[in-house]
Design a protein around this ligand. Structure first.
Ligand SMILES: Nc1ncnc2c1ncn2[C@@H]1O[C@H](COP(=O)(O)OP(=O)(O)OP(=O)(O)O)[C@@H](O)[C@H]1O
Length: 457
């Protein structure tokens, strides 16, 4: 038994890294495949197919090598165990036979011994195999832990998640363990404070249709780069039912404003209000219902065109008439009825079977149906050709009507008719006014306009 224990201990130590390496090789291979397919457009646009194939080829070979090594370890272990077992059986036969011969033991006793030895042998073999499986499991758990430990928690996001989960009173002890064992006691305290004060949804819808949306002295740094201040005391009022354009050079913080308005993150300092109420008083999922975002690359799901349009109202009954009304307003009816199965045509993964402009108009129809009072257009027309842009722009004009809209665009020609234009620089608003007012000021906006004019001349 001592020999068996020593064997098991040696086996445990020697096979752990081999199991780990094999699991890692498998994970690397599947990561490569999923990454390649999820970014297939980028791969194709860089003619990277061969590169990806050769990368995957080398990873498959590494997986094969680690598999062979693991197989060798397993078979050596199996052979040693079996040899040990048969040697001990042989010794038992010899010893027992000689004892029977000298009359020290009865034949029955020796036969029982041999029976027990067989039972013990199978038990030990089972034990060693179980240890083998356990090794694999420990190696996998180790890798999961190392991934979990390496990922910095995005506190702004975790904070929102924590609140949602508490709100729904999830009883799962494991989740509770994850969520309430963080070091940030203050965030949890804040969370409880807001939890007890969440306002009703009806109130939010009424407020957002009638009230202004204000960013008040908003400061923000991304959780993964806490030392880089992206927004540094930004204040801006989006007047109810009007269009505000946010312009500025690349990296000024425009998309960050969108992320905060959508509440994917919360400001680190300052606040966002609607009709004078801090938006943190409202549940995030309810907030999502009053904000619509149309961006450069709208995501469609691999469903039919009609299902994608109705996606904006997942819990409500949507009639075909409502869908067609929204689609006509989005200039999408003509192209949809010319598709093979009309409204029932499947759009493919991420809407890949439609053109960019068609996808955009389906996304606009979806937003029209959602009928959210706050609308964010983040570079919505920048990826389109002139004809598509005209169709999409006229659909957008209908969508913007009477909604509190924030438009982000690099091409200033698309924002000249906005009720107000805000120029963002270094995380602050440095100029605010209409197009003609800002041009007359001859400041940053005027020079941006000048630069773009030069570029087109
Ligand atoms: N998830 C993130 N984590 C860390 N830093 C980020 C993240 N997203 C953006 N940033 C940084 O925040 C700054 C502002 O980025 P943002 O995308 O808001 O600028 P932008 O004005 O929208 O630029 P562009 O016009 O090029 O889209 C940049 O310096 C950027 O590197």
């Amino acid at each position: 038994m001592l020999a068996v224990s020593v064997l098991v201990a040696v086996y445990k130590r020697s096979t752990a890294p081999v199991y780990k390496a094999h699991g890692l090789a498998q994970a690397t291979m599947s990561d490569c495949v999923s990454e390649t397919f999820s970014a297939i457009r980028t791969v194709r646009s860089f003619s990277g197919e061969k590169r990806q194939m050769s990368l995957l080829g080398s990873q498959i070979l590494a997986f094969q090598r680690s598999g062979l090594k693991l197989g060798t370890f397993k078979s050596i272990n199996e052979s040693i165990t079996r040899v040990a077992v048969y040697i001990s059986l042989l010794a038992l036969y010899c010893l027992g036979g000689s004892k029977v011969k000298t009359g020290e033991l009865a034949v029955g006793t020796v036969v029982s011994f041999i029976g027990y030895t067989f039972t013990l042998t199978f038990a030990v073999q089972g034990l060693v195999n179980t240890f083998g499986d356990l090794r694999g499991t420990f190696a996998a758990v180790d890798r999961i832990n190392s991934i979990l430990n390496a990922v910095d928690i995005d506190e702004a996001l975790a904070y929102g998640l924590e609140r949602d989960i508490h709100t729904k009173k999830v009883q799962d002890e494991n989740l509770r363990l994850f969520l309430s064992s963080g070091p940030n006691v203050n965030v949890r305290h804040l969370d409880n404070y807001y939890m007890s004060d969440l306002k009703s949804t009806n109130n939010l819808r009424t407020l957002t249709w009638a009230g202004d949306v204000c960013l008040e002295d908003v400061h923000f740094a991304y959780p993964l780069r806490p030392d880089v201040k992206v927004l540094d005391g930004l204040s801006l009022t989006l007047n109810s039912g009007t269009v505000t354009a946010l312009v500025g050079s690349s990296g000024a913080g425009k998309s960050t404003v969108v992320q905060l308005l959508a509440r994917f993150y919360e400001p680190t300092q300052g606040r966002i209000t609607v009709g004078g109420e801090d938006v943190r008083m409202f549940d995030k999922s309810e907030w999502a219902r009053v904000v619509s975002i149309v961006n450069q690359e709208p995501v469609l799901f691999s469903l039919s065109v009609a299902e994608n349009i109705a996606y904006g109202l997942p819990n409500a009954h949507v009639s075909k008439d409502d869908i067609i009304k929204a689609v006509k307003a989005a200039n999408a009816h003509d192209f949809i009825i010319s598709l093979p199965q009309g409204y029932d045509t499947l759009v493919g993964e991420r809407g890949g079977l439609l053109s960019g402009g068609q996808r955009q108009r389906v996304a606009i129809a979806r937003s029209l149906l959602k009928n959210a009072p706050i609308l964010i257009l983040d570079e919505a027309t920048s990826a389109l050709d002139a004809v598509s842009e005209r169709l999409v722009q006229s659909a957008l004009n209908r969508l913007m009507k009477d909604r509190t809209t924030l438009v982000i665009a690099h091409r200033l020609s698309t924002v000249q008719s906005a009720h107000q234009i805000a120029v963002c620089s270094d995380g602050k608003i440095i100029e605010l006014g209409t197009h003609s007012e800002l041009v007359a000021q001859n400041g940053s906006y005027a020079s941006l306009v000048g630069t773009q004019r030069l570029a087109f001349e």
